[in-house]
Write a protein that binds this ligand. Structure first.
Ligand code: APR
Length: 261
């Protein structure tokens, strides 16, 4: 494993050297899978969950991101999600999102899996993104799961009911304790197991089943590359660890792919 946790003064030279190693190692890879977490949206101004200014340092997930929380105080949960939507309305995709859009053209098979619900990969132009944890911009019925498209604007003190079954309308995101969409997670597992290259980018690698995708890919033969300024439980498994930001490293990797194309 090549680790670039060196002093800042040699940092850029060392980073260049490791990126050259990475490009050399992946030059014959054909099936690339990327898993992203909140870290890739951090440079867009979207708060992560577990960083120093993370959402879970300010709010208690069990009070806001569970079915019980919603049943107990749906007005508070909708106020929180409307606040998060307002944040999303003010942000734009960053260089990391655009670099991953460009990754797709350099591999025969490319799959982008995200834990993020902010929709920024799609806004950057990535297609067929597997959104493991849903999308904050969509709404659905708490009871019958049908998508609610009558209105995007949900007033916390006047939560609409499902036009089919009368159930309460909720954000279309996966809450703690909930199952992921079986089709989405099955596709993510299947593509990860067929990958010969797997990037884990901007995730603390703590929340399953997403966190087990990288090790599953490595087990079935993929080169595993982690992009994260911090160490994570996955770091020791990575073939290459780029201790950097997504927006700082991914455009350099795309430039290298372009030059060797
Ligand atoms: N570039 C790359 N990585 C970054 C950057 C950056 N600019 N900034 C922060 N990071 C890293 C942090 O070091 C951290 O390891 O991104 C990671 C973010 O971790 P979390 O906040 O735990 O977010 P994530 O891994 O996506 O959480 C997974 O947990 O609460 C649930 O549903 C929620 O999808 C989320 C899941």
């Amino acid at each position: 494993m090549i680790d670039i946790s060196v002093g800042q003064y040699r940092y850029s030279a060392y980073l260049e050297a490791v990126i050259t190693e990475v490009l050399q190692a992946i030059r014959h890879c054909r099936r690339c899978v990327v898993l992203t977490g909140a870290g890739i949206s951090a440079e867009s101004g979207v708060p992560t969950f577990r960083g120093d200014d993370g959402l879970w340092n300010k709010f208690r997930p069990e009070e806001l991101a569970t079915v019980d929380a919603f049943m107990a105080n749906s007005k508070l949960v909708w106020e929180w999600y409307n606040w998060r939507r307002d944040v999303m309305d003010t942000v734009q995709p960053n260089a990391g999102h655009y670099a991953l859009r460009d990754f797709a053209e350099y591999f025969e098979n490319f799959t982008l899996i995200t834990q993020n619900v902010d929709g920024l990969h799609t806004r950057a132009g990535s297609e067929n993104v597997l959104e493991l944890h849903g999308n904050i911009n969509r709404n659905k019925c708490l009871d019958c799961n049908r998508e609610y498209i009558e209105s995007d604007e949900i007033k916390p003190d006047k939560i609409p009911s499902c036009t089919y079954c009368g159930g309460k309308i909720r954000p279309d995101v996966v809450w703690f304790g909930e199952m992921l969409d079986p089709q989405v997670i099955q596709k993510a597992i299947s593509e990860s197991e067929k990958a010969d290259l797997f990037f884990s980018i901007g995730t603390s690698a703590l929340v399953h089943p997403a966190a087990s995708l990288p090790s599953g890919a490595k087990r079935t033969g993929a080169i595993l590359i982690e992009v994260n300024p911090e160490i994570t439980p996955l770091s020791h498994l990575a073939d290459f660890r780029l201790q950097s930001t997504a927006g700082g490293v991914l455009p350099q990797i795309v430039r290298g792919l372009q030059e060797s194309a």
